[in-house]
Design a protein around this ligand. Structure first.
Ligand SMILES: Cc1cc2nc3c(=O)[nH]c(=O)nc-3n(C[C@H](O)[C@H](O)[C@H](O)COP(=O)(O)O)c2cc1C
Length: 212
């Protein structure tokens, strides 16, 4: 049985948060789909509001505090990513953007990503297409075709209505397809790993004899 890890990032600020609710439903649907196809799935959910100060400190100093480092490693080392933001001023909110700004710009290359958003009006649903999708295009991630937007009228008593449920299922299937096409993730890249042969760096290309 293949082991898969799914990172789930929610940038919702309210408590309770409709963004987190959508993120959880996208995560559950993707997990169920991968399990149905024979994988075992580990979900790792992060509410960015808990790391907001660390994200700002990282932007100011260039270094991630330990707790944020763990989150960054978790997100960059997962098989797939579900990234959900509330729409603020017709775009992703600042916390969502700032978190992805502090990641190494190579760390999500070729990573399957499902994007979602919540908003006060369905008229802003295309913010997913003109803001969130281009950001992941810059990071060279593979964003699945179905992006899931949830407006207030898509919920009743915290339950997704039929049309939203169908969008969630379709997007989850697309993310599972992309994850399945790739070998299991091996975790975050080691920033201290040697990329050059050490003997060559010393001018000892023969494996031991000093170069005259
Ligand atoms: C500062 C601010 C700006 C917002 N701007 C928009 C907007 O441009 N378009 C929209 O549809 N909703 C907008 N909203 C509404 C939020 O996107 C919506 O309430 C969201 O679902 C909140 O998510 P949460 O419950 O996870 O915090 C805005 C909310 C705030 C606080």
């Amino acid at each position: 049985m293949t082991h898969r890890t799914l990172a789930v990032v929610s940038a919702g600020l309210s408590q309770p948060s409709s963004t987190r609710l959508l993120a959880d439903q996208l995560a559950a649907a993707t997990r169920d789909e991968l399990v149905r196809r024979g994988s075992e799935v580990e979900l790792r959910v992060v509410d960015l509001r808990e790391y907001a100060h660390d994200v700002v400190n990282n932007m100011l100093t260039g270094f991630a505090p330990a707790a944020l480092r763990e989150v960054v490693d978790m997100v960059t080392g997962a098989d797939g990513l579900i990234a959900v933001t509330p729409i603020f001023s017709a775009s992703y909110n600042g916390l969502f953007k700032s978190f992805f700004d502090v990641l190494d710009s190579e760390s999500l290359v070729d990573r399957p990503v499902l994007i979602g958003a919540t908003g006060g009006t369905a008229r802003h649903s295309l913010a997913l297409e003109h803001a969130v999708r281009p950001m992941f295009a810059y990071l060279r991630s593979v964003v699945v075709p179905t992006a899931v937007f949830a407006a207030p009228e898509d919920w009743s008593d915290g339950t997704a209505d039929g049309a939203l449920r169908a969008r969630i299922r379709r997007a989850a299937g697309e993310l599972a397809d992309q994850i399945e096409r790739r070998p299991p993730a091996t975790g975050p890249a080691d920033p201290f790993a040697l990329t050059t042969d050490f003997l060559q760096m010393l001018g000892r290309g023969d494996g031991g004899a000093p170069v005259s």
